[in-house]
Design a protein around this ligand. Structure first.
Ligand code: FES
Length: 155
């Protein structure tokens, strides 16, 4: 039987994104890409970005693809929705808030603003091995923003 904690972890919004990931695609002409790898399970994710050269550089399009558990795919899917169209500096702020949320179980969910659906992953903080699942695509996003071609590992 699944505990109530795990029920929280696999709540409806996470299952929806995990089973029907948004923006799971290869982009035609990405400006930057990165490859992520979780050595714990062997799962991988690639993140591709198109960047708009406006006054403040923005993520004009994002796609991801790979293979992973429901948590990693849901996190990647929600990540693409959260950072699509935002500036690079905003994307880094969202990364910081999300990272803080999933690694610090003592912080209450009301401490976060603008994380939207991502708040559904707050239960991950109670499951250390799943933090790597939730963070895989996010570390890969940061590497893509840095134009770092080395494979990103979750440990
Ligand atoms: Fe591999 Fe979750 S078990 S990313």
């Amino acid at each position: 039987m699944v505990s109530s904690g795990l029920d929280d972890l696999y709540q409806e919004v996470v299952m929806d994104h995990g089973s029907s990931p948004r923006n799971m695609c290869k982009l035609k002409n990405p400006d930057t890409t990165a490859h992520g790898f979780n050595p714990f399970c062997g799962d991988i994710v690639d993140v591709e970005l198109q960047l708009a050269k406006t006054e403040e550089e923005k993520i004009s399009n994002i796609g991801f693809y790979g293979k992973g558990c429901a948590i990693s795919m849901a996190s990647a899917s929600m990540m693409t929705e959260a950072v699509m169209g935002v500036s690079v500096s905003q994307a880094k702020n969202i990364f910081a808030d999300f990272h803080s949320m999933v690694t610090n179980k003592s912080i209450k969910i009301d401490s976060y603003q603008n994380l939207g659906d991502l708040e559904a992953l707050s239960g991950v903080a109670n499951y250390p091995t799943r933090i790597k699942c939730a963070m895989l695509s996010w570390h890969t996003l940061v590497a893509a923003l840095k134009k770092d071609s080395a494979t990103v590992k979750t440990e």
